[in-house]
Design a protein around this ligand. Sequence first.
Ligand code: SF4
Length: 167
Amino acid sequence: MFKTGCCGSGSNAETNDGYEVVRIEKAKGNCALCEGYAERHQSKPVAVMSCDGACLRGEISRQAANILCHSLAPEKTVRICLGGAFTKDTGQRGLVRDSPRLIALEGCPVNCASRMMAGVIDGLTPEIVQSYKLCDIDKKLFGIDEMPPEEIQALARTVAEKIAATL
Ligand code: SF4
């Protein structure tokens, strides 16, 4: 859930009935390029968001989303800016809200992308793709510095190709 209100000292979040209630300052700035992008891609049938995290699995998800949207299926998909869609109710959030098909690539069971967006759009039910299950990744690795960039890219492409086959 998402609401404004007074929060506890030292933290901007409260826990309440299984939800963490957060308070986000409204954006003062605007990105005209991003808004133009959102407008141009409104008619795409599939919106793709991803954990944009800093670990290896998040990076594989992020790159897979980029490969899918910009190389394998650019005519069908639009790549969502998760931070923009989550923190302000403008073009990116509209793409997530209105897309006929919404895919969330998740890098781990935290499911950050889908949970974040469900927090700001009531009733949102994206298709969750656990990208780490679509490629063969050494379970002991965590950081992006623990695998060569070419191998990360190859795993991301594997994930992207499997998703593209479902479009
Ligand atoms: S949410 Fe999970 S996959 Fe994403 S960066 Fe954090 S640990 Fe990695």
